[in-house]
Design a protein around this ligand. Structure first.
Ligand SMILES: [Mg+2]
Length: 286
């Protein structure tokens, strides 16, 4: 597996240099994430799930509607930028800029009335996420961050304020586990077994990688992700880094594995990711 982000993301000076495009992108994501949240919570949109892959891999009318909305916005506002969405794929663009979108992360949660569903929007520059926004669909809050600022902003009902990331003992005890599939399998069980051999932890599996990353960013603890896709994590990685959390991310084909948390978390959990990241067994039900 190739290790992509072992070094601090600011090692490349271009990532932190002022950029008018980044500033525009940072403004746009607030507007777009707010609109996406409104679409997702509009009863007329439709949150009923239909099967996409395995029996637990579902899609709703809101997923497609929000992705098409965001694709149109990017095309109109940033012509030439690439766009990749979970539902309809995309292109890499021609000038080093790419938007990566998960219209709804945690669709099963969304479709069944559970918290932990988000809209995730990231802007990448030369392959590195530089702007991220996550809309918490249940809470009605948009969180956004821009690389190099050390700030996460929260916006709700037209009011925006800076977040104060915390790490309480209870927050630090949590490890969020996120897998790129829903059906319980030996990789999940094996990962949990390995965790039992590290320091005592509280496991949380919320079924939404972006939601987990957001919560680690704001309240501490760590996240271990295996077999995810880049749209699950691109925005959350920006928020986590700007909240002061460490990130290690591996890319394996089209899959992404990552660990986010404290430096100690990375040391403890990276071997587990490396051990189980390549062991994903195909689901029993196609
Ligand atoms: Mg999704």
């Amino acid at each position: 597996m190739a290790l992509l982000a072992d070094a601090p993301h600011r090692e490349d000076g271009s990532l932190t240099s002022p950029s008018a495009t980044e500033e525009l992108a940072f403004e746009a994501v607030l507007e777009w994430a707010t609109a996406a949240m409104q679409l997702a919570t509009d009863p007329a949109t439709g949150s009923e799930g239909a099967r996409k892959g395995d029996p637990f891999d579902i899609v709703t009318p809101a997923d497609g509607l929000i992705e098409r909305f965001l694709r149109t916005q990017v095309r109109d506002r940033f012509p030439g930028h690439g766009f990749l969405g979970e539902e309809e794929g995309g292109t890499s663009g021609s000038d080093g800029w790419q938007w990566i979108v998960d219209p709804i992360d945690g669709t099963l949660n969304y479709s069944t009335g559970l918290a932990g569903a988000t809209c995730s929007i990231a802007c990448l520059r030369h392959g590195q996420p530089v702007v991220g926004a996550i809309a918490d669909l249940s809470a009605g809050v948009v969180y956004r961050a821009r690389a190099g600022t050390g700030t996460v902003l929260a916006s709700s009902a037209g009011e925006e304020s800076g977040c104060e990331p915390t790490t309480s003992p209870a927050g630090a005890a949590r490890v969020f586990l996120e897998f790129g599939w829903e059906d319980l399998d030996p990789v999940m069980v094996g990962t949990i077994g390995e965790l039992a051999r590290t320091r005592p932890r509280v496991i949380r599996m919320v079924g939404g990688a972006a939601y987990a990353l957001l919560n680690v960013a704001l309240h501490g603890g760590c996240m271990l992700g295996i077999g995810l896709r880049i749209w699950d994590v691109a925005a959350g990685v920006v928020l986590a880094r700007e909240a002061g959390r460490a990130v290690r991310l591996w890319e394996e084909g089209t899959l992404v594995h990552l660990v986010v948390g404290s430096a100690e978390d990375l040391t403890e959990l990276a071997p587990i990711v490396e051990r189980f990241g390549s062991r994903r067994v195909a689901p029993a039900v196609a």
